[in-house]
Design a protein around this ligand. Structure first.
Ligand SMILES: C[S@@+](CC[C@H](N)C(=O)[O-])C[C@H]1O[C@@H](n2cnc3c(N)ncnc32)[C@H](O)[C@@H]1O
Length: 228
């Protein structure tokens, strides 16, 4: 289990998890083996990834507790008793597509853990517009990459504003070394995009707004580093 999946595991709240896009099935196996969950569904759209998940589940001796399901997103997945849904290692657009096609989760009865690989800002915007409240968001650094993991529920009013800062950095604050390192890296990545925008007439304003947020976050990073 890499740090990214371990962070997803930390945000699980209940004891019956449904992992969408499970691939190798590491996360559901880890959750059950470690006793955090009593059972799990390992779901994937691909036969090949599911076969590799089944192999791992069998090797771990968990065939009675971790079941595989061939499914496109949550289509056809029984959510009876499910406490948590995980969407990890996919793009933000695919997550939006999967979540938007499943009305059964909109009553807030399940905790949803998401780790977008790309387009986190698009996911955050869609979640906000669809009455989803992010309760936790944390970052981890693994090798050259920084990852953000968020969790929350539908149907709860978000107590934060849907600002440019929120879209870009979510709820991650300079309150730990890892979160701060993530913010630093995001500032570098976003600055390149913002400079490109600032040079084009129709995106100039957007680029300037983004640069202002980046400068604010860099100031927070500087204060955090100084306080250590
Ligand atoms: C990069 S892997 C991520 C595996 C694991 N969740 C992780 O974070 O390490 C993405 C997986 O999502 C699956 N996937 C893609 N689209 C999907 C969909 N619509 N429904 C279910 N699974 C999907 C792919 O088959 C692939 O196994």
């Amino acid at each position: 289990m890499d740090k990214r999946l371990l962070l997803c595991a930390e945000l699980i709240e209940g004891d019956f998890v449904c992992d969408i896009g499970t691939d190798h099935g590491y996360l559901p196996c880890y959750l059950v083996k470690s006793g955090r969950c009593s059972s799990a569904l390992a779901c994937d759209i691909g036969e090949k990834p599911l076969a590799s998940a089944r192999e791992h589940i069998t090797a771990q001796g968990l065939s009675d507790k971790v079941k595989t399901v061939l499914s496109d997103g949550l289509n056809g997945v029984s959510l009876d008793g499910i406490t948590d849904i995980v969407l990890a290692g996919m793009g933000g657009e695919l997550m939006v597509d999967i979540l938007s096609r499943c009305d059964r989760i909109k009553d807030g009865s399940v905790n949803i853990v998401m780790q977008p690989m790309t387009k986190a800002e698009l996911l955050r915007e869609w979640l906000y517009d669809n009455s989803f409240c992010v309760k936790n968001e944390r970052a981890c650094i693994s090798g050259r990459f920084g990852y953000s993991v968020m969790s929350g529920r539908f149907g709860v009013r978000a107590p934060y504003e849907c600002s440019e800062e929120y879209f870009r950095f979510g709820l991650i604050k300079c309150d730990s070394d890892e979160n701060t390192e993530y913010i630093k890296r995001e500032c570098d990545r976003l600055e390149r995009a913002a400079r490109g925008m600032a040079g084009s007439a129709d995106k100039k304003e957007q680029g300037e707004r983004l640069l202002a947020v980046i400068n604010k976050k860099r100031e927070e990073v500087r204060r955090y580093d100084e306080s250590k």
